[in-house]
Design a protein around this ligand. Structure first.
Ligand code: AMP
Length: 220
């Protein structure tokens, strides 16, 4: 069984939802770069102050900020047996930086432990997914107003907290995020193919079907 997972795919492809499930299943942490950055913004840290302007414009946050945040996170004790990287790396430059982090990491994994999973999905369904996405600020559960709506409108099924919409999930910012994805992140598919780490799954299905395909792909 693989231990270190890199989840790749355009904004709204559902990798966050799948990471949540896999992380509970395998009992390894879900490292979601976007959430870590948003936490820094909320806590008004120096990193958060830098990140905010880039996130609001749908652009990548500078590598030194992201690298520091990720490096600190994957060095924590709970990453000893593996982890899922959701949203990092997002450029070839970041993938090279990750290789260096692995070399200096307190926890060593070999090539057979690692896998990069590409969540393949047509772009036309994505904008709709993004603008309908809501999440619980307390437990992080993700909903979709069309395909997986909460039982009671506007509140989390688990904590009863009022759901929120991310500021960058508007149509305008979503378009900018896709442009950034196509330019910066898509080249990673060839990068990880060349490394012999890439598998592709069809993300244009229901949550359970995607998860079953994911489990098959990572058990191979
Ligand atoms: P996400 O929650 O993954 O959709 O990320 C939201 C935003 O956070 C992105 O649009 C970027 O502005 C920023 N971000 C997340 N991950 C990264 C990363 N690896 N490198 C740079 N910026 C990132």
């Amino acid at each position: 069984m693989k231990k270190v997972f890199i989840f790749l795919g355009p904004p709204g492809c559902g990798k966050g939802t799948q990471t949540d499930v896999l992380s509970k299943d395998l009992k390894i942490p879900h490292i979601d770069t976007g959430s870590l950055l948003r936490e820094n913004i909320k806590n008004q840290t120096e990193f958060g102050k830098i990140a905010k302007g880039f996130i609001d414009k749908g652009q990548l946050v500078p590598i030194d900020v992201v690298q520091s945040v990720i490096n600190e996170r994957i060095s924590r004790e709970d990453c000893r047996n593996g982890y899922i990287l959701d949203g990092f790396p997002r450029s070839v430059e970041q993938a090279d930086a990750l290789k260096k982090m692995w070399e200096n990491s307190p926890f060593k994994f070999n090539k057979e432990d690692k896998i990069a999973v590409y969540f393949d999905i047509p772009t036309d369904v994505l904008v709709e997914r993004l603008v309908n996405r809501r999440s619980c600020p307390k437990c992080g559960k993700i909903y979709n107003l069309v395909s997986s709506a909460p039982k009671n409108e506007g509140v989390c099924d688990i904590c009863n907290e009022a759901l929120i919409q991310r500021k960058d999930d508007t149509k305008e910012t979503a378009v900018l995020r896709f442009e950034t994805y196509n330019k910066e992140t898509k080249p990673l598919l060839d990068y990880y193919k060349n490394e012999g780490l890439l598998v592709q799954i069809n993300a244009n299905q229901g949550i359970d079907a995607v998860y079953s395909e994911l489990k098959n792909a990572i058990n191979d």
